[in-house]
Design a protein around this ligand. Structure first.
Ligand SMILES: Cc1ncc(COP(=O)(O)O)c(C=O)c1O
Length: 488
C-alpha cells in the first residue's frame, strides 16, 4: 500500500444504501418499497440496493482530499433522486434563454457566463458539509489549473486584486522599492504594490496590442526596481521574451496580471506561466466566473509554502491540514485570501465547460471582426490587433475610434439603440491617486490617447447571434465626426 501512496489510486467501495421492506401503502395494503439502510430491520434478509463508488486520488499527496473526495462522491450519489452520477450536460447559456424570453430587451455590456451545472455543484458543496475554503471543489479547481496550464501551484483567491496583493507580500515589497506597471490597466495592478509602500513607476503602452511597451522598460529600471507587472490586455500576450530578458538582466521579479488572459498563449506557451507569479480573475465579466474570485499561479516553486501561509492569515494551517505538523500558528504576515468552497463549486462547473465556453466566444469574436471589417476600414476605426504568435482567449472586443468625440458619440448612438457599450481604463498616472503618486498628464501619451478613443462592445458567452447582428448593424450605421487614421 505504501509504495502505491504516491501513485494515483483507483478505489471502489460498495455501500448498502437501501433494502426492500414491506410498508403500508395509502390504502392499507402492504407493498414492497426501497427504504434507506439505517431504517430497515432484518435487512440482510431482503434484496439490497448497492451503491458502487469509484474514484481516483493520490493518497499521500493529499490524504485529507482522498477521504473528502470519497465522502463527497458518496454524498453526491446518495442524494434523493440521484442514484447515478448526473450525465454531463451541455451548457445551457443563460444569456441565450434570457434573450429568447425578452426579444426586445436592451443589450447589456455583459452577462455573466452561466452553464447548467453551477447550482447542482453548489448544492453538492452544501451537502458535503464543508463550505469554507480549500474544500473538495477548491482542490478540483487547483488541480485543473495545474494540469491544464502546467503551473507548479495554483491557489484560488477571493479576487485577482487579492492575488496581486499576495504577490506584493510574497515578494517582500516595502517602502523605498519601485514597481513598474503599465498606466493603462485596472487600479488593482498598481494598488496592490502601493499598499506595501512601493513607489509606482508608470510605463506607457504599445499602440498596437495596448500592452506595456517593453522597449521603454530599460529607461524605467533603477537599482530600486523590485518588480515589473505585465498586464496581458484583452488576453493578448505582452512581449514576454523581451520583458523576461530585461527582468533577468536586472534581477527583477515579473508578475503577470492575467486577469483577461486565461487560456491565452504567447509563442505557444500559456500566459500565466512566465512570471514568478500570475494572477487570474473570475469576476463576472471574465470568460469563466464565480461572481468574484481569482487565483494566484505560482511558477517559482520557492514561493509555494510561503504563499499558502500568506493566504491563510499568516498561519501554517495548510501544513496542519495535510498532517505535516500537529498544530498551526501565526508564522508570517498574511490575510484571508481563500474563497468559500461554494464559489469554487460554481467556478468548477464553468471550468468543466471551458472548452465550449472558449469555442463560443471565439465564434462571437470572429463574427464581430468579420461583420465590422469593411465599416472599420471605410471610416478609419481600429479593430483589435493580435500578433500572429499570440493566441487570444477571446475576452473582449473593442473599437479604436479616431478621437474622444467620436467615441462618446458612438456610445450615445448605441445607447439610443438599446445597446450598452463602454470605455475602459482611465490612465493610472493621470488619475487622482496617480497624480498624488507623482504621475503627470503627458507622461504616457499612448495610454492617454487610447483611453480616450477605446470603446468596448457588448461581449459575453451567452450573446445570441441576433443580438450580435443588432450591434453590428447599429455600429455600421455610425460615422465618426472625423474619419480617422488610427494606429490599430
Ligand atoms: C487588468 C486587471 N487586473 C486586475 C483586475 C481585478 O480583478 P478582480 O475584480 O478579480 O479583483 C481587473 C479587473 O477586471 C483587471 O482588468
Amino acid at each position: 500500500m505504501c509504495a502505491r501512496l504516491n501513485q494515483e489510486v483507483t478505489w471502489t467501495v460498495y455501500i448498502v444504501v437501501s433494502w426492500t421492506k414491506l410498508l403500508p401503502s395509502q390504502n392499507g395494503d402492504m407493498v414492497a418499497a426501497w427504504v434507506p439502510a439505517p431504517l430497515s430491520s432484518n435487512a440482510w434478509a431482503y434484496p439490497m440496493r448497492v451503491l458502487q463508488v469509484v474514484g481516483n486520488t493520490t493518497a499521500r499527496s493529499d490524504p485529507a482530499g482522498f477521504v473528502v473526495q470519497w465522502l463527497a462522491e458518496l454524498a453526491r450519489r446518495h442524494r434523493p433522486g440521484r442514484g447515478a452520477p448526473p450525465p454531463r450536460r451541455s451548457p445551457a447559456w443563460d444569456g441565450e434563454s434570457f434573450a429568447a424570453m425578452h426579444p426586445n430587451e436592451a443589450i447589456p455590456f455583459n452577462r455573466p457566463t452561466s452553464v447548467a451545472s453551477e447550482r447542482a455543484y453548489m448544492s453538492d458543496a452544501i451537502a458535503y458539509g464543508r463550505i469554507s475554503g480549500d474544500g473538495a471543489f477548491t482542490r478540483k479547481c487547483h488541480d485543473f489549473f495545474e494540469r491544464t496550464l502546467g503551473v507548479p501551484k495554483a491557489l484560488l483567491t477571493t479576487s485577482c486584486t487579492h492575488a496581486l496583493e499576495m504577490s506584493a507580500l510574497l515578494l517582500g515589497v516595502e517602502p523605498g522599492d519601485e514597481v513598474i506597471v503599465p498606466s493603462f490597466t485596472f487600479v488593482a495592478t498598481a494598488n496592490a504594490f502601493a499598499l506595501r509602500g512601493a513607489r509606482i513607476v508608470f510605463a506607457d503602452i504599445r499602440p498596437d496590442t495596448l500592452n506595456i511597451d517593453e522597449r521603454a522598460l530599460e529607461l524605467l529600471v533603477t537599482p530600486r526596481t523590485r518588480a515589473l507587472v505585465a498586464v496581458h490586455y484583452a488576453g493578448v500576450g505582452c512581449e514576454m521574451d523581451s520583458i523576461v530578458a530585461t527582468a533577468q538582466k536586472h534581477g527583477i521579479a515579473v508578475v503577470e496580471d492575467n486577469a483577461h488572459g486565461l487560456f491565452g498563449r504567447y509563442h505557444g506557451r500559456y500566459l500565466g506561466t512566465f512570471g514568478a507569479f500570475a494572477t487570474q480573475s473570475f469576476h463576472e465579466t471574465k470568460n469563466v466566473t464565480c461572481g468574484e474570485g481569482g487565483a494566484l499561479l505560482i511558477n517559482d516553486r520557492g514561493y509555494i509554502e510561503q504563499a499558502e501561509i500568506v493566504r491563510e492569515k499568516g498561519t501554517n494551517r495548510s501544513r496542519y491540514f495535510r498532517g505535516e505538523i500537529d498544530k498551526y500558528t501565526w508564522v508570517a504576515l498574511g490575510s484571508s485570501y481563500l474563497p468559500s468552497d461554494m464559489l469554487a463549486a460554481f467556478l468548477w462547473a464553468q471550468l468543466e465547460a471551458y472548452e465550449s465556453i472558449q469555442q463560443r466566444r471565439e465564434a462571437l469574436w470572429n463574427h464581430y471582426a468579420e461583420g465590422l471589417a469593411d465599416w472599420a476600414k471605410q471610416v478609419g476605426v481600429g479593430l483589435p490587433y493580435v500578433p500572429p504568435y499570440c493566441e487570444q482567449p477571446y475576452h473582449m472586443f473593442y473599437l479604436m475610434l479616431p478621437d474622444v468625440q467620436s467615441r462618446q458619440a458612438l456610445i450615445s448612438h448605441l445607447k439610443n439603440a438599446g445597446i450598452t457599450a463602454t470605455f475602459h481604463y482611465i490612465p493610472l498616472h493621470s488619475s487622482e491617486m496617480g497624480q498624488r503618486l507623482g504621475g503627470r498628464t503627458g507622461d504616457c501619451p499612448v495610454a492617454e490617447s487610447v483611453s480616450e478613443r477605446l470603446l468596448r462592445l457588448p461581449f459575453y458567452t451567452g450573446m445570441t447571434p441576433s443580438d450580435q447582428d443588432r450591434v453590428i448593424e447599429s455600429v455600421s450605421a455610425f460615422r465618426p465626426t472625423r474619419l480617422g487614421v488610427t494606429d490599430c
